[in-house]
Design a protein around this ligand. Structure first.
Ligand code: PLP
Length: 373
């Protein structure tokens, strides 16, 4: 029997949200295109996968899955505390950092609250807030992909409930400078929660790195810094992310609004080993850095403008509807992500895979038709 939903059961602001623009899983690709994927470059996953030590730890932890995991995630939080230098009671872990974005909006957003982010933006920064009935302002990057510091500081004068953005930016790739970041933090009203999403922090070149936690901590303003095991650590399928909050009190609040056993026992064990295997991480970062330079140079040569990247991906202007461009590549076994956010619907994001995958991608990309010789 089929039932119909009463027309007013689902809230209108939820009905009006677009579907999550997720990458295509490999078996779904095979089903839809009747061939194996040659290069899966649509979700910023690590082509080297996780540390073998992490896989071994997850196997071992699987033997204990009849028991609920530790609700306080003590071992993983202690490992993250050692890694970041923050106190354990300021660390919260979640079912991916996306789970924590939900937890923080759930904890603070009242209907009609104002949330400020940048454009192009990580989908959940906007849609996660809209789900709770917030009003979202998106500030565009300035020329040459510099972060819109002036526009952000101006918006902060209105004391929005939350300022949320990622640096390095997903999908664009650039990183904010230390002085610009400090200017934004200084301009924030003490009533505004600053959520700084550092999903790609590991990929930043040493000369551009700075300690955002130190600047946020010195400001005394409420904040949370988000990080993840999904990208550089290669554990996207295990679903683990963490946040470093400004106070134990905030951690406590977010523990109530997150999914209670969000981090399963296997994921927690894997994440601890992933953190410990710094040699594996170094290989991942070395490759990503070399490949993003190489691929950017070839794309530019082919006539595609690329945003500067401090991540494991590149954002480039396809010069046509990006969905069409991406579809042509899919037929050749190459998966990239067509951006669907105005005014960037001609832009696409490609993850840096291993060299052979990136070559398959470059081989499938024609010279841009309007390329200036
Ligand atoms: C990938 C990503 C995340 C979330 O990753 P999880 O897998 O949920 O930990 C969060 N923010 C940004 C900007 C990302 O690119």
């Amino acid at each position: 029997m089929t039932t119909t939903l009463p027309h007013d059961l689902i809230r209108k602001d939820v009905r009006d949200l677009p579907d999550y623009n997720a990458g295509l899983a490999l078996d779904r690709f095979r089903e839809a295109y009747g061939m194996d994927c040659v290069a899966k470059l649509d979700s910023n996953e690590s082509p080297l996968g996780p540390s073998p030590r992490a896989i071994e730890a997850m196997r071992k932890a699987a033997e204990g899955v009849s028991r609920y995991p530790d609700a306080t995630n003590a071992a993983l939080r202690a490992a993250i505390a050692r890694h970041t230098g923050a106190e354990t009671d300021r660390i919260i872990v979640g079912n991916g950092s996306e789970d924590l974005i939900g937890a923080l909006f759930r904890a603070v957003i009242r209907l009609g609250d104002h949330v400020v982010t940048i454009c192009p933006s990580f989908g959940l920064h906007e849609f996660g807030a809209l789900t709770f009935g917030a009003r979202v302002t998106k500030l565009p990057f300035e020329a040459e992909w510099s972060f819109p510091v002036e526009a952000m500081t101006a918006e902060l004068r209105n004391a929005p409930r939350v300022l949320i953005f990622s640096s390095p930016s997903n999908p664009a790739g650039p990183v904010i400078g230390k002085d610009a970041f400090r200017a934004i933090v200084n301009a924030a009203d003490p009533a505004t929660l600053i959520c700084f999403d550092e999903a790609y922090v590991e990929f930043i070149e040493p000369r551009l790195r700075f300690d955002a936690l130190e600047i946020l901590g010195a400001s005394g303003k409420p904040h949370i810094v988000l990080r993840t095991f999904s990208k550089a650590y290669g554990l996207a399928g295990a679903r683990v992310g963490y946040g470093i909050t400004s106070t134990a009190e905030m951690t406590k609040a977010l523990m109530k609004t997150r999914n209670p056993f969000g981090v399963n026992a296997m994921a927690a064990a894997g994440a601890i080993e992933a953190l410990a295997d710094t040699a594996h991480l170094d290989r991942v970062l070395h490759d990503a850095m070399a490949e993003r330079k190489r691929v950017a140079a070839v794309l530019t040569e082919k006539g595609y403008p690329c945003a500067p990247s401090q991540t494991n991906f590149l954002f480039f202007d396809t010069g046509k509807a990006a969905q069409e461009f991406a579809e042509d590549l899919r037929r050749r076994g190459v998966l990239i992500k067509a951006w669907q956010e105005a005014p960037f619907t001609s832009w696409a994001r490609v993850t840096m895979g291993i060299r052979a995958e990136n070559d398959a991608f470059l081989g499938a990309v024609p010279d841009r038709s309007d390329k200036v010789a």
